[in-house]
Design a protein around this ligand. Sequence first.
Ligand code: TRP
Ligand code: ZN
Length: 849
Amino acid sequence: MKDASPRAIHLADYNPPSHLVEEVHLTFRLDPEATRVISRIRFVPNPATTGAAFELHGEGLKLIWAKLDGAEMSPTLTDMGLTCAVPDQPFTWEAEVEIAPAQNTALEGLYMSNGMYCTQCEAEGFRKITYYPDRPDVMSIFTVRVEGDAPIMLSNGNPTASGEGFAEWHDPWPKPAYLFALVAGDLVNHPGQFTTMSGREVELNIWVRPGDEGKCAFGMQALIDSMRWDEQVYGREYDLDLFNIVAVDDFNMGAMENKGLNIFNSSCVLASPETSTDTNFERIEAIIAHEYFHNWTGNRITCRDWFQLCLKEGLTVFRDAEFTSDMRSAPVKRIEDVIALRARQFREDNGPLAHPVRPASFVEINNFYTATIYEKGAELIGMLKTLVGDTAYAKALALYFERHDGDAATIEDWLQVFEDVTGRDLTQFKRWYEDAGTPRLKVTEDYADGRFTLHFEQETPRTPGQPDKPPRVIPIKVGLLSATGDEIEPTRVLEMTETRQSFVWDDLAAKPVPSILRGFSAPVILERDTDDAERAFLMAHDTDPFNKWEAGRALALGGLLAMILEGATPDQSYLDAVQTVARDEALDPAFRALALGLPSQDDLAQALHDRGTTPDPQAIWDALETLRQARAQAMQDTATRLYAQHQVTEPYRPDATQSGARALANTALGMITRLDGGAQAQRQYDGADNMTQQLAALSCLLQAGKGEAAQAAFYAQWQSDRLVIDKWFSLQVINADPVQAVAVAKSLTQHADFTMKNPNRFRATLGALAMSPAGFHRADGAGYTLLADWLIKLDPLNPQTTARMCSAFETWRRYDTTRQGLITAELDRILAVPGLSRDTSEMVTRIKG
Ligand code: TRP
Ligand code: ZN
């Protein structure tokens, strides 16, 4: 059990390590109940901290013996691990510890998944494997020997020897302990091969359980594409002779970038047309790229301490987004990312869990792998690139890799390379790293005598611990359109640095229509009083695809808010405009599918809260349903035509073209289902030969209340495929009528295939409930109680996943006092659990505020 009285750690208290590690040798004698880990570590006093006490991290370890320079001794065990007196010069530490991987349900450290040994060390899991200075600024060269009876035994770097019952590995690149990995089990590989830009041959493997070999080809191609892309775009070459990926079923997150041995949640690497949707394929490609890109942004250059997490994560998310934009459609990727940013990061930034991209303190670092660190962190890189321009960005990155290769670096180091390359002062830009909260950007305009002016005002709201915030530099991409829809001048980047600032265009013959914040050039909430006519005009004419989509989104949002707040009927100008876009064959089908998307229930709740009203989850649901029904009726012919036109007849490919066609056809199917009661969806279900088509049809049928037979057939067909059965679990909850959702989720927790030991299955069931607002926020509180019951059950087994899922409650202050009371009662119930983990208690405490 972790420390019962959690204490915060502060960035300001950073101290360099007392000792550096020259090299480390580890021997693992694998055994499910009693694995022995023997370590031999060469320590050197850090010249920067002479005389500092020697302390090693360790958690849940049974120390068998310890030696200092060959002499057995007894260290003093402490809260964090151990300490002992050491010589004032280099020395060798040796120890043997015992751990029980089969008992490790937290999935951190060395654990077992389906009989296979695997590790997860980021952020602070290595200390559950052996005594070590488990901090990212201590980097060392690892040599590993694995002893056991597993047919395949892997670790980082290159294999150096193997034989009956053992395998040895050596990683020549110094790395922090969080990048250590070991995998051992009955695995089969899907091999691949890559020749680097300098002509070196690299052996590639995706390792899976027997039976999953057929689901590796796509991931392998994604890996090869990523390796090529990083050479071409960033000049980054791979640096070992071998690159291994392993798929693991029980995993707390998506994937992990361990040096030369990436470990993936099987849901983020295994793919086949029959079992994966187009969305799954796109996500898998992006995650493989993300982990691969970490080899330079994260591994070769790592983080000095965990406060600098965004240094590797924000940059790597930015890089994987660039990769996806190049592989697929840049506008579609940008729109998808902004939808996700608003849904997850804006939600976080505007609630009790708000924190800066570089936090100043934390209790449990696992709680800071957040949308803010990752997604807002990536937005900051994008803004920096916009501000300095593409050429300077490329120069700065080249300098970053050259100057900091092998370093454990900081955000200051990162910004310094941009300052050195451009001569710019980035002091004001740094506020984006230090202040939490989503800036509100208000804009008004005037036009007289050929002069057009945009007046901007920025304000960043208060967040926990941060009352007032000075203005930050905001890059605002703006275009001007004429009344006939022509571009008056190329997109310009306005650099706003003041609280209030105006920008002027002269000599215009007529009042232009501004297109503001093109490409979503800054992560802000833009507030602009405009009318439906102008939104419809921009939806029809804006040449910036993001703002074209955004105009439609604003139109839909405005109409929905009027329905909720004023009882208005569905907005005709939205219905007309969206129909025009849907029919416009000059537009990418994937874009049209996105344009037909509606704000989510949670988007609407956030928008209502922002406008000072209390959202009613059922009223939000009803308005969305009414609008969807009205739209289906208004677009009947269009939907039928789109559905027919976008049937893919070629063999399945998960590429942008085919998936765009399927996305549009399936959006049309949703409309058709509202009018034909599910006949077309049933035909699609019966004839589907890929998961995208099958799942879309099943969703439609479930929404129409006609899904019972298909749902049973789906289970019968896929019961032996864990990843598909995860979809079966979540789909039933997500597509349930809100009145039923809690009961559906509850009965699924009683299903024979439900297990809380598998995070994917737990999230597919209870995470799905939390993502169905009208059901989750039932007025009687049954949704809150069900989730809290299960979080309480999961916490002793897996604190990390429990804590992450507490964020379902982070929006509680938006709601009415009755719901607030129900939620806080559940939060108090969780907090009162004896022995509650540090992870969960930090989250619940922060959520309560
Ligand atoms: N560094 C990983 C990534 O973003 C994510 C990660 C951090 C992780 N901690 C983890 C993954 C714990 C699994 C478990 O790529
Ligand atoms: Zn990452």
